[in-house]
Design a protein around this ligand. Structure first.
Ligand SMILES: [Zn+2]
Ligand SMILES: [Zn+2]
Length: 50
């Protein structure tokens, strides 16, 4: 589960392998399985999920 700084929570799956994406400071949002980095716009506040 991803939790944005605005309080919004989202389950986002990797389009490549279907693993739940995770967030790490500095690294941003990425897939722990295949290492793919993803840029997500938060549906809650409309800002980039960084
Ligand atoms: Zn993946
Ligand atoms: Zn947000």
């Amino acid at each position: 589960m991803l939790r944005h700084s605005c309080g919004y929570e989202a389950k986002v799956l990797c389009k490549k392998c279907g693993t739940l994406l995770i967030y790490r400071e500095r690294a941003g949002v990425y897939c722990p399985s295949c290492g793919r980095h993803v840029t997500i716009v938060c549906p809650g506040c409309g800002k980039v999920w960084d």
